[in-house]
Design a protein around this ligand. Structure first.
Ligand SMILES: C[S@@+](CC[C@H](N)C(=O)[O-])C[C@H]1O[C@@H](n2cnc3c(N)ncnc32)[C@H](O)[C@@H]1O
Length: 340
């Protein structure tokens, strides 16, 4: 499968007519992936099968299914040989529903938030029901989606950032604020039995995270879960490393929250933030600007400008603030570290 740098759609470096032509195909590529997930094609094609075999078990027309399978093969998600199709080895960990790094729950959930009728939203004619945050289904879906994101790609990137910190080897305590899943805290607890590990999230999410930790073995027992709003909750103290990624949007007062985080650090501790940093008058990076367009049109334009978090860290009293760009599979991000 051809890999492209994350902020560069496949055709970014191609001539403009080729880029425009390619956009005609883009929605079809998404639909093919969605159909593959909906009909369980990827799970069924863990072992080779013909279109006729699959069509019979799915009560579909073999000819039509063959066209869909050929297109998925053209996208390098399947291979075809002698009329039999099979999931590629590269795609298997991400597309099998029980794969260790399965992105299935992310791929079926995030598009519901990211895709929308841009034309209707632009005319403010959307009949979208507002998200019902009181509904258990909302939290179930969020928890499944975040966990898939973390297991499939997020935690590896985040753990690499943590392990790169000069403080990491001597650190003895770690807090993840707005964790979204148990995955990062659990990875830390598993790799570092000497580490006190805690996370904080809103009660509905914290309950789901606690449930996963309870069945995660001995390392899971070592992760403390603080169920509460990080703006108000007692975060505890004496942490050597405090981590916040993709969550500071929910700070009621960013400087006040960061000052609170600073007070929760041990002497010599570090606070690490991983968030986007929009540039060029909020038109770059494309991953975040386009990916969050529908949310913005629904009135949730929360993305941070580059420099906002660094400035807030200084305003919160951190003596040394360092920032750098990092590239991940889910887009380019800004890493801001606050130390005293
Ligand atoms: C977009 S997710 C990010 C999760 C994870 N940190 C990551 O980088 O993928 C935001 C998380 O922050 C949590 N959250 C939102 N507002 C919060 C608050 N006021 N206090 C604690 N957690 C909050 C949400 O429940 C969710 O789990």
């Amino acid at each position: 499968m051809t890999m492209h740098p994350p902020d560069h759609p496949a055709t970014r470096s191609a001539p403009l007519p080729a880029r425009l032509f390619d956009l005609i195909q883009a929605p079809l590529r998404w639909q093919l992936l969605a159909v593959g997930l909906e009909f369980g094609l990827f799970d069924r094609l863990a072992e080779p099968a013909t279109a006729a075999d699959l069509a019979a078990s799915l009560s579909l027309d073999a000819g039509r299914l063959g066209h869909v399978l050929d297109a998925l093969t053209a996208m390098d998600l399947l291979v075809k040989s002698g009329g039999r199709y099979r999931l590629t080895e590269q795609a298997a960990p991400y597309l099998l529903s029980d794969g260790e790094r399965s992105l299935r729950d992310l791929l079926t959930t995030l598009p519901r938030m990211r895709h929308g009728d841009v034309s209707a939203l632009l005319r403010a004619e959307t009949g979208d029901a507002p998200l019902d945050m009181a509904a258990p289904e909302f939290w179930d879906r969020s928890a499944f989606s975040l966990r898939a994101f973390h297991r499939g790609m997020g935690t590896a990137a985040m753990a690499a950032v943590l392990e790169d910190l000069p403080e990491w080897l001597s650190a003895r305590s770690f807090l993840d604020i707005g964790a979204g899943s148990e995955t990062l805290a659990l990875a830390v607890a598993e790799r570092r039995p000497d580490m006190r590990v805690a996370l904080v999230d809103l009660p509905p999410m914290a309950t789901r995270i606690s449930g996963r930790l309870a069945v995660a073995g001995p390392a899971g027992q070592r992760v403390a879960v603080i169920a509460g709003d990080f703006n108000d909750a007692d975060l505890g103290g004496g942490y050597d490393v405090i981590w916040a990624s993709l969550t500071l949007y929910y700070a009621r007062d960013l400087v006040a929250l960061l000052a609170k985080v600073r007070r929760a650090l041990a002497p010599g501790g570090v606070f690490v933030s991983l968030h986007e940093g929009l540039t060029a008058e909020r038109t770059r990076p494309e991953t975040h600007v386009v990916g969050r367009l529908v949310a913005a049109l629904r009135g949730q334009d929360r993305s941070f400008d580059r420099g906002t978090i660094a400035a807030a860290l200084s305003a919160a009293g951190f003596a040394r603030v360092e920032s750098r760009d990092i590239t991940t599979a889910f887009g380019p991000f800004r890493l801001d570290c606050g130390r005293d």
